[in-house]
Design a protein around this ligand. Structure first.
Ligand SMILES: Nc1nc2c(c(=O)[nH]1)N[C@H]1C(S)=C(S)[C@@H](COP(=O)(O)OP(=O)(O)OC[C@H]3O[C@@H](n4cnc5c(=O)[nH]c(N)nc54)[C@H](O)[C@@H]3O)O[C@H]1N2
Ligand SMILES: Nc1nc2c(c(=O)[nH]1)N[C@H]1C(S)=C(S)[C@@H](COP(=O)(O)OP(=O)(O)OC[C@H]3O[C@@H](n4cnc5c(=O)[nH]c(N)nc54)[C@H](O)[C@@H]3O)O[C@H]1N2
Ligand code: SF4
Ligand SMILES: [Mo]
Length: 756
């Protein structure tokens, strides 16, 4: 058994600088050599962030070079700074490459390396014990959603717990729930062809989504687009925009509703679209009548004249104009009506399924139906019969208002009160994969308390993350460069698929998620619920009706089928019909507007949703509700992504760490002067739940009442030797607050600052 202290001692004897925890590549370096890539070039998928861009990995002299897969045109054949750094993760001596079990108190850094079999037996014994004592519902299973999460989620279903969570409530859940309620489905943005883009804190040049970022860049390079950004700080996005409005945090909804007010009052909306496709317009229009630009400007610090002008400019550019619904939707407790309000602008502009507007992904089923022939292969859904039915409802369904959120990945943060207060009932064990809630769910202290209160915790990660440091067993997943995965649907304007493939042999004793969760089920005598033999068998089941798809994807990595289609764009529909002679006949307008279907109760776009009254009285009509995000003596504390790091996942990766080791706090010079803070000073930031140390960065590019920091820094886990204690820990300052209906975890709070 080795403790962190032993390693410190050992480390100082053998090497003056670096200390490695058991289970890491560094600790095993004498036994292990770096990975050898397989062949010259393999196509795969990046996982340095959850955008998951298609990549081509080339090996030259045993080194890996990662670039974008040219087949994936919308990604531009490019990767970002993090995407090129994959081999730094692969070969990082701090990376976990052997299962470990805890041998001291949680968080003490006392670990012992164990074999996989022992890890599985330990996990099976402890999870079975929790099941026997409290029922399977007492086990929470969580994973960041994406290509690897389906195996963790399936494991949750197999053991019979309803308490399965994605990261959604800390990220996109609000726009997902709002879209589901209004349209029955999620929407995508046609940034590249847009002439006018409204952006409410979608930080596309730092919170990078390669295809969207490049789409926006392409539009800006053409010079034919106007971009208007509402942001409390001068983000790179704001800097590259035509107009930046330094909006007060949490008040975007006022601008959004006032824009609709003007579009309706001045009759600037698309009446025929509304008439054909929209339900509840009258109720919506009545509600909007009260939200004048003058009313809004009092709330949000954007002038009434600007709001009126922007509404008119938008309408003039429509339908090639759009309001971006954003990505991380955690600014305010009123996210639901903020995101519904943003969608409503698009509906009024009549930009649905138009160039430069918004559209639905064209998956093969719809595409083939419209084409009248099998243009694109379809993936089989892999069904497993005979799974247990949980007796209790999900912990986040104690309140019926979260019905939609529960289906969209759930309220991740609800694990904390369930563990600490048994509300609505006790969670006693936590199986987490590819998730670092200690950093990414609000109120770190309570997350730590919840982890300490658990009977048993399993973490599956590539590092001993801040959260994994509190687990009983940590399972090392192979990095994305070392593992195969199932085929993923990447359809946009036409159907597309992508495949992740191993590009190099596995270093150390790591395994992929598909294998880990299958083998965990085996150890619990539940392996029959994972009927596929291995990932190839799984891929073959996915392609049972189109066996040629798999070899094609192995070669190409990314495949798209057919030609791009927007259903209400007559020239695209005409081209589509030329391509596919058996295609559906168009409407009188020469488009497929008549084929648009919305899986909502009314079958139309619901600008007002009467059915919401059953789960949340008073919520059917979009309206303004004031929120309090800070006390009068406090500053708003907001966060955002760094272009050089991914959330709380890359701070310890060599190169990325060197490029940005911490997160200085942005403060306006006038505010800093008030507190006698100079640029570079150490500061203390205090909120109602925590106190953190940081460094001041004085900039005119932020509101005087607001401070900002990149998220993901200030790790309190010493196994992450590089990242430990570097910068300010955002989650430690954020109180737990949940938005209505969407269940999103609110990331804005009030803080005070002083010189440390
Ligand atoms: N305060 C604050 N909190 C936030 C945010 C914010 O802006 N401010 N942003 C929110 C957002 S948008 C999101 S999406 C969430 C993200 O939060 P999480 O879902 O927790 O995700 P990450 O921080 O991206 O990474 C989680 C873990 O995945 C591990 N990992 C990386 N690759 C692999 C792999 O291949 N396999 C396995 N098993 N593990 C891997 C990393 O080491 C890391 O420990 O955070 C949210 N939380
Ligand atoms: N380089 C990089 N790329 C990433 C990620 C990463 O970590 N690094 N993460 C990926 C993930 S998981 C996601 S979700 C996306 C995130 O994509 P985004 O959602 O675009 O990312 P954030 O940087 O969190 O953006 C939030 C922005 O909103 C601003 N803001 C805060 N409060 C308010 C407010 O009340 N109103 C307005 N208008 N603005 C406000 C912040 O200053 C910040 O610039 O990026 C993805 N891509
Ligand atoms: S945006 Fe960058 S890090 Fe994220 S998947 Fe794409 S290349 Fe990888
Ligand atoms: Mo996210």
């Amino acid at each position: 058994m080795l403790s962190r202290r032993d390693f410190l001692a050992k480390g100082s004897a053998f090497c003056a600088i670096t200390i490695y925890a058991p289970g890491t590549l560094g600790a095993q370096s004498q036994l292990l050599t770096p990975a050898t890539p397989f062949v010259k070039e393999i196509n795969s998928i990046c996982e340095m962030c959850s955008t998951r861009c298609p990549i081509t990995v080339e090996s030259r002299q045993d080194k890996l070079f990662i670039r974008g897969n040219l087949n994936a045109k919308s990604f531009g054949g490019k990767v970002c700074a993090r995407g090129t750094s994959g081999s730094k993760l692969l070969n990082d001596p701090h990376r976990l490459v052997k299962p470990i079990k805890r041998t001291g108190p949680r968080g003490s850094g006392m670990w012992q390396e164990i074999e996989w079999e022992e890890a599985y037996q330990l996990i099976a014994h402890n999870l079975n014990q929790v099941c026997d004592r409290y029922g399977p519902e007492a086990i929470a299973v969580s994973s960041k959603s994406g290509s690897l999460s389906s195996h963790a989620f399936h494991f949750g279903k197999v053991i019979g717990t309803p308490n399965i969570f994605s990261h959604g409530s800390t990220c996109p859940i609000s726009y997902a729930v709002a879209a589901k309620v209004m349209f029955g489905n999620e929407l995508k943005l046609d940034l590249e062809n847009s002439k006018y883009i409204l952006n409410f804190g979608h930080n596309l040049f730092e919170g990078i989504n390669m295809s969207m970022t490049r789409g926006l860049l392409a539009a800006q390079e053409k010079g034919a687009v106007k971009v208007v950004v509402f942001e409390p700080r001068l983000s790179v996005m704001a800097d590259k925009a035509d107009e930046w409005h330094a909006i007060k945090p949490g008040t975007d909804i006022a601008v959004v509703l006032a824009l609709s007010h003007v579009l309706i009052e001045e009759q600037l909306y698309d009446k025929s679209f509304v008439q054909q496709h929209v339900s509840g317009f009258e109720g919506f229009a009545t509600s909007m009548a009260q939200y004048s630009p003058e009313w809004a400007s009092e709330i949000c610090d954007v002038s009434a004249g600007d709001i009126r002008r922007i509404a008119r400019e938008l309408a003039a550019a429509a339908p090639a104009a759009l309001a971006d619904h954003g990505h991380r939707c955690t600014f305010t407790p009123e996210e639901f009506d903020l995101r519904r309000g943003i969608y409503a602008i698009n509906v009024l502009l009549g930009n649905i399924e138009r160039k430069g507007g918004v559209y639905f992904a064209k998956k093969s089923k719809l595409y083939n139906k419209l084409a009248g022939e099998a243009v694109a292969p379809s993936l089989e859904k892999i069904k497993v019969d005979g799974l247990p039915t949980p007796v209790l409802p999900r912990i986040d369904l104690a309140e019926p208002q979260f019905k939609y959120a529960a289906r969209a990945g759930g309220l991740y943060q609800s694990i904390i009160p369930a563990a600490l207060l048994q509300q609505p009932y006790a969670i006693k064990a936590w199986v987490m994969s590819r998730s670092n809630p200690m950093q990414t769910v609000t109120d770190r202290t309570q997350v730590q308390n919840a982890l300490e209160a658990m009977d048993f915790v399993v973490a599956c990660d590539v590092y001993i993350s801040e959260s994994a440091a509190y687990a009983d067993v940590v399972l090392p997943e192979s990095t994305y460069l070392e593992r195969d995965e199932e085929i993923g649907d990447m359809s946009s304007k036409n159907p597309a698929y992508a495949l992740r493939q191993r590009v190099t042999e596995t270093i150390g004793d790591t395994r992929p998620s598909w294998q880990i969760f299958k083998e965990m089920a085996d150890a619990m005598a539940l392996g029959h619920h994972f009927p596929w033999q291995d990932i190839v068998d799984y891929q073959q089941r996915q392609t049972a009706n189109n066996p040629e798809l798999l070899p094609q994807l192995r070669k190409e990595g990314f495949l798209s089928f057919g030609i791009p289609l927007l259903m209400r764009e007559p020239d695209m529909v005409a081209k589509f019909r030329q391509h596919y002679p058996n295609a559906q006949p168009p409407s009188e307008r020469g488009d497929y507007g008549n084929q648009l279907q919305f899986s909502t109760p009314s079958g139309k776009i619901e600008l007002t949703s009467p059915s919401l009254e059953e789960i949340a009285p008073g919520r059917s009509v979009i309206s303004y509700r004031p929120v309090t995000l800070k006390q009068p003596n406090e500053l708003y504390f907001i966060q955002g992504k760094s272009a050089l790091h991914t959330n709380a996942a890359t701070q310890n990766i060599p190169l990325l760490f060197d490029l940005q080791p911490d997160n200085p706090v942005w403060i306006h010079p006038d505010t800093a002067a008030e507190f006698r803070i100079n640029d570079g000073d150490s500061i203390t930031m205090t909120s109602q739940v925590g106190e953190e140390q940081g460094t001041a960065k004085l900039t005119l590019g932020i509101r005087k009442d607001t401070v900002f920091a990149h998220m993901g820094f200030g790790s309190k886990n010493q196994e992450l030797t590089r990242a430990f204690g570097k910068g300010l820990h955002c989650g430690a300052l954020l109180p737990d607050a949940t938005a209505a209906i969407t269940g999103s975890n609110v990331h804005t709070t009030g803080v005070t600052i002083r010189r440390a």
